[in-house]
Design a protein around this ligand. Structure first.
Ligand code: ZN
Ligand code: ZN
Ligand code: FE
Length: 751
């Protein structure tokens, strides 16, 4: 029947609208508003062709009532005069390349939570899910996203599950991983070389409460779990993992979190996000110090699979849930692999027979006064895409390979940036193998054929070598990007700063990145945009004596900075047992002592002066994180130490002089830490602000790993006053976001 005179429209919905229950939602909404017509998927998203008196109200309701996992970017309406069916139908997909979007894994929805704790066929079932929740990316073997291309292909649906799957009125309509105890995956507990008889969840809970460490197969890999209230179990886990101090992530219900931390209402809402990230929350100090030595925060996540919900209920207390891996290696995903590799860590193994297709760590995030902050971007966030800023509409396909640490790959295609999950530290051979796999995997999934390859300037990064080799073999254009220019561009990009938006002053406070002058940068004010930059101001450089050892041993950074400041005597008293003379000689002769303006190493130096792990850090960033935690305890009205700004250099010598004086006077270390942090923020903010006030820059952008310190971020934003500031909220400010900036710089490159 022809649509005719009645109000008849073609409605295009763009955004994350496939694989999230959008068509059944539209089907139900259309029936509610008495429309006839059809809804279907096509390469641009969802297309609705419909007619009826209620159509305007229907259009208005689409973004307001969209399903939990959907993200509606646009609803575009045009007149329609084609044929329409009598009723309202879900029609077949149209056009090649439809249903190419994959959504991130999502935490168990409230309806499924209720179902597993209520009488019925899924009571107590650990693999319950529906269209609004459950595994997605972690079970995906290929596109399009349907059951046959997931690790659920091994489990043919029973009649009851199939009926739900085929019913548009059911919340499991087209839920690819739908399952029940009759047809779906099975859980078992393995210990002492055999499958343990009885209920696997109850048996696991009993062992955890008895102080055992249990490897638990989750969504993106195995966790090692233990009772988070049991100091001895925590210590045992630390000893077995050879992880003396790095904070452990915790899983707990909201009620438990409230009794051990101080979440704000915003943080509580954020915990309940379908991504279910680990969120750093202020600790109440009621749990053992061994969970996060020296920290004022604890990283909590809510249970995010039915298995976790069942386990939490059975245990009734918070659990440590740390990645099941050998130090530095990728997280274990396979059952056999777990039994082999985690044998030395775990007393028992809670396994299941749904394979993990993609290894994904938990995402780590926090909320600050300046908004959300992503520390590690992984499960629940990938493969989400970011739109490109105005001016990049015509950008070709680009692949960018990031840095050596906190590796991540970025693909540009069709006006979108896809930033891969956190891939870890490429120093480790197995992690590098994972990186290569992820490269091939993302390229295949997103049918990516790059024209350009972007890499860091550092020739020895494994990611750089890989990108160079690929560019050469495939004849692609190679763009080498300075590390901190990439940080700046990543910040611009996520803030949708237009390609022609003009220059900004980038305050980049970071670890280490090679500069084109051959020195190591990391504390800079850059003036630039996607197309280029000038280095306008930088931290007065100091030698990194011993190269990598200068990174691991904070006292080395303190020694050279104190010597520069004329405080060699104090250094002698602070570090009596360290090999000071060889270090001083190497610094003087410049032997294995590259000059660096790194702000990260300045944090290490100050931390060592305050006695925070001076001899050796037990994990990367430990000294700076302990300093951050110390500063967070200071009164909010703390003063600051002045840096000297003359010419292009920002000189910390007066800061050390004042710090030394305070230390002699017995000023509390938390106040000293805060005064340093605020002084550093002021020194850089003042220079950047001048570039805006003189008209050279249009805004200030903040990036680099140091800005994951909320105290430093807040102090810098405060010091910038009413100058427009761009900060990173969705993409990590550390090297995890580097690839996005590299990709945008390569796309903008006209050379
Ligand atoms: Zn659900
Ligand atoms: Zn079933
Ligand atoms: Fe960096």
């Amino acid at each position: 029947m022809k649509a005719g005179a009645e109000n008849s429209l073609s409605i295009r919905v763009r955004g994350q609208v496939q694989g999230v229950g959008f068509r059944p939602f539209i089907w139900q909404l259309a029936r509610e508003f008495g429309l006839r017509g059809q809804v279907l998927n096509d390469p641009e998203g969802v297309l609705i062709e419909a007619a009826g008196a209620g159509i305007d109200a229907f259009v208005a309701a689409i973004p307001l009532r969209a399903p939990l996992l959907a993200r509606v970017d646009a609803v575009e309406v045009a007149p329609f005069d084609g044929e329409l069916p009598e009723g309202f139908e879900i029609a077949a997909s149209r056009g090649a390349g439809a249903e190419t979007r994959v959504t991130p894994d999502a935490a168990t929805c409230p309806a499924c939570q209720e179902e597993i704790f209520s009488p019925g066929r899924r009571e107590g079932y650990a693999f319950t899910n529906c269209t609004h929740c459950g595994p997605r990316f972690t079970i995906l073997n290929g596109l399009p996203y349907d059951r046959a291309k997931t690790t659920m292909a091994a489990f043919p649906m029973c009649d009851d599950c199939r009926a739900e799957y085929q019913d548009p009125a059911d919340r499991r309509f087209h839920a690819q991983p739908v399952a029940c105890p009759v047809c779906g995956p099975r859980l078992w507990l393995w210990a002492e070389g055999r499958e343990v008889a009885g209920d696997a969840v109850a048996e696991t809970a009993g062992r955890l409460l008895a102080g055992e460490i249990v490897a638990v197969k989750g969504l993106g890999g195995f966790h090692l779990a233990c009772d988070a209230t049991d100091s001895e179990a925590i210590l045992r886990l630390r000893q077995r993992k050879r992880r003396p101090a790095k904070p452990f992530a915790l899983m707990a219900t909201l009620a438990m979190i409230r009794s051990h931390a101080l979440p704000s209402p915003e943080e509580e809402a954020y915990l309940a996000d379908p991504a279910a990230p680990i969120l750093l929350l202020p600790s109440r100090g009621t749990l053992p110090e061994g969970l996060a030595p020296g920290m004022t925060t604890l990283g909590f996540m809510l249970p995010y699979t039915p298995l976790h919900h069942l386990l939490m209920r059975a245990v009734g207390r918070p659990l440590v849930m740390t990645s099941g891996n050998l130090s530095g290696e990728p997280q274990v995903v396979g059952n056999d692999e777990a039994l082999e590799k985690l044998a030395g860590f775990a007393d028992a193994f809670l396994c299941h027979d749904r394979d993990i297709a993609r290894r994904l760590d938990d995402s780590v995030e926090r909320l600050t006064a300046q908004g959300p902050m992503v520390l590690r971007r992984a499960r629940g966030r990938v493969p989400g895409t970011l739109p490109l800023p105005p001016g990049f509409e015509g950008a070709g396909q680009v692949v960018a390979y990031g840095g050596q640490m906190k590796a991540a790959i970025c693909l540009l295609k069709n006006g979108q940036a896809l930033l891969s999950h956190h891939l870890g530290e490429l120093d480790e051979a197995l992690t590098y193998e994972e990186f290569l796999k992820a490269d091939a995997d993302y390229a295949a999934l997103f049918d990516h054929r790059p024209e350009r390859v972007a890499v860091d300037l550092h020739p020895d990064f494994r990611a750089t070598r890989h990108g160079r080799a690929r560019a050469e073999v495939q004849g692609l254009r190679l763009v080498e990007v300075q590390h901190h220019h990439a940080h700046l561009a990543a910040c611009l990009g996520e803030n949708l700063w237009p390609l022609e938006g003009g220059k900004v002053a980038g305050i980049i406070l970071d670890g280490l990145g090679l500069g084109p002058d051959g020195t190591v940068w990391g504390g800079e004010v850059l003036l630039g945009d996607y197309r280029g930059y000038e280095r306008r101001f930088w931290l007065n450089p100091a030698p990194l004596v011993g190269g990598d050892r200068a990174q691991a041993e904070p006292w080395r950074n303190a020694l050279v900075r104190l010597d520069q400041a004329g405080l060699a005597d104090w250094a002698d008293r602070l570090f009596p047992d360290q090999p000071r003379d060889p270090v001083r000689q190497a610094a003087a002769k410049g032997i294995n002592a590259p000059l660096s303006s790194s702000a990260g190493r300045l944090f290490d130096a100050v931390a060592a002066c305050l006695g925070l792990c001076p001899a050796r850090q037990s994990y990367e960033g430990e000294a700076a994180m302990r300093l951050e935690a110390l500063a967070a305890r200071a009164p909010s009205t703390e003063g600051s130490y002045e840096f000297e700004s003359s010419g292009t250099e920002i000189d910390p010598r007066p800061m050390f002089t004042a710090l030394h004086a305070d230390s002699l006077q017995g000023i509390a270390p938390e106040r000293i830490a805060a005064r340093f942090q605020i002084g550093l923020a002021l020194a850089f903010a003042n220079q950047a602000r001048r570039l805006v006030e003189s008209g050279e820059a249009r805004a200030v952008a903040l990036s680099g790993g140091c800005f994951q310190n909320p105290g430093l971020l807040a102090a810098t934003v405060a010091a910038l006053g009413d100058v427009p500031v761009l900060i990173q909220r969705k993409v990590p400010a550390n090297d995890g976001g580097l690839a996005l900036g590299q990709a945008l710089i390569a796309a903008a490159d006209t050379g």
